[in-house]
Design a protein around this ligand. Structure first.
Ligand SMILES: [Zn+2]
Length: 358
């Protein structure tokens, strides 16, 4: 049970200081809880069995102006063995809600398109009759998540990998074999004018000596029963059951660790585009749409889950495909780097997984 007794709101201001009023925001604590849980696991502060069960979400009041204004909020997850883990989240957590509130103000003609706004975030006790709790109250736990973790040597993975993009220490390391990147590239090319995609499955590893937890992708399962056109890819309930059936058939105890999909340049010919424009074009360099975010939040809400996008340039031979990885960072979906595992080397130091042909 998660204790979250506050509701949150955003207050918008014009640059000249005019108050544009308050809008309530739907505070979604799940990504923050998942992030805190994973951080606890990575730092040896939590065990898998701790889950996110006994947790509390509390506002952090603003240092200068105080309640009800907040600097952010704090998530605490208790552990059976240890002190548990506490993570702080800034008001950037509400950035998307603030952007939406701004768009609503523009739509209702209370703000001009070219005007910038500032916002502050507030928190109020949700239950009018409840006394504010002096300290977090923890309720009974939920069942721990059904996830396996393999004890492994992190170094043995890093040694056989190349970095792609920027990997920060905040991000959980994600290792993707090159052959899986190649597979997704070929599938994306084969369905050029329609988006395609699938699920990446793999193992969660833990190296307590670092300490670190990391993700190893082991296979790609192409989405069956998905509805695709040039602009979007829709996974159906049958897609998910087919993926799980494939995972069960493999019998490797793998978890869904990511999903992937291609973006096709809809009605855009890159050939006609000057080089400097291509360098910053989101169609070529990758983007994460509102639909993508929605799916990621609904199905891939675990903090170790990521999303691989492939962007195709509209010019034939397929050499021009960019991979980009998105993942959770402090409860927000951001682009991030990853490790590419060299082909022919997909077994870890501590543990051996039987290799299977798909
Ligand atoms: Zn997309």
């Amino acid at each position: 049970m998660v204790t979250n007794r506050y509701k949150y709101a955003i207050e918008m201001y014009r640059d000249d200081g005019t108050n544009l009023g308050q809008v309530p925001v739907e505070m979604d604590p799940q990504p923050a809880l998942e992030w805190t849980w994973l951080t606890g696991l990575r730092r040896n502060k939590l065990e898998l069995s701790d889950g996110t069960g006994s947790s509390a979400v509390l506002p952090v009041w603003h240092r200068e102006v105080g309640e009800p204004y907040i600097e952010g909020f704090r998530v605490t997850i208790l552990s059976d063995e240890d002190d548990g883990i506490t993570e702080d989240f800034s008001t950037l957590y509400f950035k998307r809600e603030a952007d939406q509130a701004r768009l609503n103000l523009i739509a209702s003609k209370r703000l001009r398109k070219d005007e910038t706004v500032r916002y502050v975030t507030l928190a109020f006790l949700n239950d009018a009759h409840a006394m504010p709790a002096a300290r977090p109250q923890f309720k009974t736990r939920e069942a721990p998540p059904d996830i396996r973790i393999v004890e492994s040597d992190f170094g043995s993975f890093v040694n056989r990998s190349q970095l792609e993009g920027e990997v920060t220490t905040e991000d959980i390391p994600i290792v993707i074999p090159r052959r899986i990147l190649d597979e997704t590239r070929e599938l994306a090319l084969a369905s050029r004018d329609k988006e395609t995609g699938g699920v990446l499955i793999g193992h969660l590893h833990r190296d307590r000596t670092v300490p670190e937890v990391f993700v190893e992708v082991t296979a790609q399962i192409k989405a069956a029963h998905a509805v695709a056109d040039a602009a979007r890819l829709t996974f159906t309930p049958d897609t998910w059951s087919a993926v799980q059936a494939a995972v069960d058939l493999r019998g490797e105890g793998e978890t869904w660790v990511a999903w992937w999909h291609s973006h096709v340049p809809v009605g855009v010919s890159c050939k006609d585009c000057p080089e400097e424009k291509r360098a910053v074009c989101p169609l070529v360099n990758g983007f994460f749409s509102q639909d993508d975010r929605q799916l990621h939040r609904t199905v891939f809400f675990k903090a170790f889950a990521s999303a691989l996008t492939l962007s195709l340039k509209d010019e034939g031979d397929g050499s021009e495909i960019t991979h980009k990885l998105y993942g959770w960072r402090h409860g927000v979906i951001e682009p991030r780097g990853f490790y590419v595992l060299n082909n022919g080397l997909s077994t870890s130091g501590g543990e051996r997984h039987a290799e299977r042909q798909p």
